[in-house]
Design a protein around this ligand. Structure first.
Ligand code: ATP
Ligand code: MG
Length: 586
C-alpha cells in the first residue's frame, strides 16, 4: 500500500463560508479602504508569542488569517511577538514554524518570505517612544509597582494621576535614555502613554496611561544582551502591524478594550510621519473553546511538567504536534475550522465536531485493514495443518481502482475475545458453543469462510483459551457457494501464523469533564485516568511496511495511524485517532 493515498486524496469540500470578518473585508475592498499602489488589499498576520507550542485554538487563528490571505489574493505574515525575553525560546520559534507549515500554510509569497520578529523592530520602537516623549504623549513614571496598581483605580473608580505625570519632557527623555543605558534596576521606572489629559479617568482601564516600556535585565533569544528595556505587547503589536502594512489585524475578543489605544497609537505615529495611511485596523473574534480540552499554554505546560503526558507531542495533547502524532490530518483541522466559523459569540465547541471533521476527511482516503485488538485463538479443526488459502478484500470499498489486499486463511486464527460467548445473550450472533438442543453458531469469517463452532478450551482459572470450529470449504466469500450459507454474524480475523504483532495505543479524551477548567476549577482533578490503554494486537500481515504517519481504518475499531515516533520498520505502533462513530455524550 503506498503512502500517498493518505495525502493525495481530495478532502471533503471546505468551501469558505461567509462570516463577519469576510463581510468587513468585502466592504473594505468595495470602498478601496486599503488600496495602495503595488500592494495587496488584504494583508493579515498570525502573531504567536514563542513561549510554548501551538494548540487547536491557534489553529483557528491560523486558518482565519492565512485563509483570508489565500481567498483574497493577499498575504499573511508570520510574526513572532517576542517581547518577553524570560519566557521565550528558539525551540518554540522552530516548532511554531513547523506547525504552521504542517497545517498547510505558508508565509512565503512571490519568492519573498514574510517572516517577522517583533524584536527586529526594537530600534524603531525605541525611536517612536522618544518621539512620543518629546511630543508630550508619553512620560517616565517612577512610582513603585504597588503605587501604580493602587492609582489605577478600578472599574467603578477613576484612577489618580501619577505625581510624575507632568514631569518635563526633557526629564522623561533623559530618564528613558538612562533606562536604556542600564542605569536602573528592573521596576525602578516605566514608560507610560498619555492618551489625553484625563486618560486616568477613562472608563476603559487599558486607556489609563498604559505601560509602553519596562526595564528587564534579561537575555533575549535573538537580541542577546543588547537591550535591558523591552516594549510592552500593547505598544509593540500595533506598531508591528503598521510597519508591515497589515490591513486587518484580527485578534480575540479580550482585546476589544485595547482597540482605542491601538487606534490612538497608529494615528499618532502616522501623524508623526512614521508610517503612511491607511493604518491597520483591529477586529476581534471569539476564541475557540473546545470541550474536554484545555488550551491555555500555561496549563498545557503543567501537564507536561507534571508528567501527566509524555511531552508536548503526546497524542492526548490538543497541541498541533500532539494532534499530528495522534493521527489528525491538516485537512481535517482546516475542515473543522471552516465548520466552526468565525463570530463574536463566545461559546464552547464540542469535541465531537473536531472528531467528525476527522472522520469525514479520513473515511474516503484511509485504506482499510484488519486488526484484532483483544485476541482469542480460533482453531479450525477440519482445516489441514500447514495449508493456506489466500483471501482478498478491497483496499477501500469505494475505490475499486486501489485494488485488493490479500491475507492467508490458516488452521489457527486470531479473533476478538468479544466474538465468542459461552452463554449467549439475546440477539448475539457470533460464535457460541453447541448445546444439548442446538448446534454451535455459524458465523462468516469475513472475506473467508463460514465456520460452525464445535467447542472451546478453558484454563484452570476458567478463562476461555481457544474456540474450536469446523469450516465449510465451499463457502468462501466471492465464490458461488458463498450464497448457500445464510449467517447473521460476520467477524474479522487474522491468521495466527502470519499476523503481525503490533502495539496499539487506544487513546481517549484527556479530561472527563466537558469544561475541565471552567470557572477557575482545578483542571488536574478532571483528568481521565483511562485516556491511554495499550494493547498487544495482531494486525494483517500487509501492515508490516506501514510508514510513519500512514493512516488506516481498522474495520470495526476506528481510524489508526502508525506512530511517527515509536514505529520502526517492520514493527509499527498504531495510535487510535478516533473511533468509527461518536460514542461520547451518549
Ligand atoms: P495562551 O493564553 O494559551 O498563552 P495566547 O493567546 O497568549 O495563548 P499567542 O501566542 O499570543 O497565545 O497567540 C497567537 C494568536 O493566536 C493570537 O492572535 C491569539 O489571539 C490567537 N489565539 C490563541 N488562542 C486562541 C484560541 N483559543 N482561539 C482563537 N485564537 C486564539
Ligand atoms: Mg498572548
Amino acid at each position: 500500500m503506498s503512502n500517498d493515498k493518505n495525502s493525495a486524496a481530495p478532502s471533503p469540500s471546505a468551501a469558505p463560508s461567509s462570516n463577519f470578518v469576510r463581510s468587513i473585508v468585502d466592504a473594505d475592498l468595495a470602498a478601496g479602504t486599503h488600496s495602495r499602489p503595488g500592494m495587496p488589499s488584504v494583508i493579515t498576520r498570525f502573531p504567536p508569542e514563542p513561549n510554548g507550542y501551538l494548540h487547536v485554538g491557534h489553529a483557528k487563528s491560523i486558518c482565519l488569517n492565512f485563509g483570508l490571505a489565500r481567498d483574497y489574493q493577499g498575504r499573511c505574515h508570520l510574526r513572532f511577538d517576542d517581547t518577553n525575553p524570560e519566557k521565550e525560546d528558539q525551540e518554540y520559534v522552530d516548532t511554531i514554524m513547523d506547525s504552521v507549515k504542517w497545517l498547510g500554510f505558508s508565509w512565503e509569497q512571490g519568492g519573498q518570505e514574510y517572516l517577522h520578529y517583533a524584536s527586529d523592530y526594537f530600534g524603531k520602537l525605541y525611536e517612536m517612544a522618544e518621539y512620543l516623549i518629546k511630543t508630550g504623549k508619553a512620560y517616565v513614571d517612577s512610582q513603585s509597582a504597588e503605587e501604580m496598581a493602587k492609582n489605577r483605580g478600578n472599574f467603578g473608580t477613576p484612577g489618580t494621576n501619577s505625581p510624575f505625570r507632568d514631569r518635563p519632557a526633557d526629564e522623561s527623555l533623559q530618564l528613558f535614555r538612562d533606562m536604556k543605558a542600564g542605569k536602573y534596576k528592573d521596576g525602578e521606572h516605566i514608560l507610560r502613554a498619555k492618551m489625553s489629559e484625563d486618560a486616568m479617568a477613562s472608563p476603559i482601564m487599558t486607556n489609563r496611561d498604559p505601560a509602553l516600556y519596562r526595564i528587564r535585565h534579561a537575555h533575549h533569544h535573538r537580541t542577546g544582551d543588547e537591550w535591558c528595556i523591552y516594549p510592552m505587547y500593547d505598544y509593540t503589536h500595533p506598531i508591528s502591524d503598521a510597519l508591515e502594512d497589515i490591513t486587518h489585524s484580527l485578534c480575540t475578543l479580550e482585546f476589544t478594550d485595547h482597540r482605542p489605544f491601538y487606534d490612538w497609537l497608529v494615528e499618532t505615529l502616522a501623524e508623526g510621519g512614521f508610517f503612511t495611511r491607511p493604518v491597520p485596523r483591529q477586529y476581534e473574534f471569539s476564541r475557540l473553546n473546545l470541550t474536554y480540552v484545555v488550551t491555555s499554554k500555561r496549563k498545557l505546560r503543567q501537564l507536561v511538567d507534571d508528567g501527566v503526558v509524555a511531552g508536548w507531542d503526546d497524542p492526548r495533547m490538543p497541541t498541533i504536534v500532539g494532534l499530528r502524532r495522534r493521527g489528525y490530518t491538516p485537512e481535517a483541522i482546516q475542515l473543522f475550522c471552516e465548520r466552526i466559523g468565525v463570530s463574536k459569540a463566545d461559546g464552547w465547541i464540542d469535541m465531537s465536531t473536531l472528531e467528525g471533521a476527522l472522520r469525514d476527511d479520513l473515511d474516503p482516503k484511509a485504506p482499510r485493514a484488519i486488526a484484532v485488538l483483544r485476541p482469542l485463538k480460533l482453531i479450525v479443526d477440519n482445516f489441514p495443518e500447514g495449508d493456506t488459502v489466500e483471501c482478498n478484500a478491497p483496499v477501500h470499498p469505494h475505490h475499486p481502482e486501489w485494488g485488493t489486499r490479500s491475507f492467508p486463511f490458516t488452521r489457527e486464527l486470531w479473533i476478538e475475545q468479544e466474538d465468542f460467548m459461552e452463554t449467549p445473550t439475546k440477539g448475539y450472533f457470533r460464535f457460541t458453543p453447541p448445546s444439548a438442543d442446538k448446534p454451535g453458531a455459524r458465523v462468516r469469517l469475513k472475506y473467508g469462510f463460514v465456520a460452525e463452532c464445535t467447542g472451546f478450551d478453558k484454563d484452570e482459572h476458567g478463562n476461555v483459551t481457544a474456540v474450536h470450529v469446523n469450516y465449510f470449504p465451499d463457502s468462501k466469500s466471492g465464490t458461488p457457494g458463498a450464497d448457500n450459507y445464510k449467517v447473521k454474524g460476520n467477524i474479522t480475523w487474522v491468521s495466527a501464523s502470519h499476523a503481525l504483532a503490533a502495539e496499539v495505543r487506544l487513546y481517549d479524551r484527556l479530561f472527563l469533564e466537558a469544561q475541565p477548567d471552567a470557572g477557575g476549577k482545578d483542571f488536574m482533578s478532571a483528568l481521565n485516568p483511562n485516556a491511554l490503554e495499550t494493547v498487544n494486537a495482531f494486525v494483517e500481515p500487509g501492515l508490516q511496511d506501514a510508514a510513519a504517519d500512514q493512516r488506516f481504518q481498522f474495520e470495526r475499531h476506528g481510524y489508526f495511524v502508525a506512530d511517527r515516533v515509536d514505529s520502526v520498520a517492520g514493527k509499527p505502533v498504531f495510535n487510535r485517532v478516533t473511533t468509527l462513530k461518536d460514542s461520547w455524550g451518549k
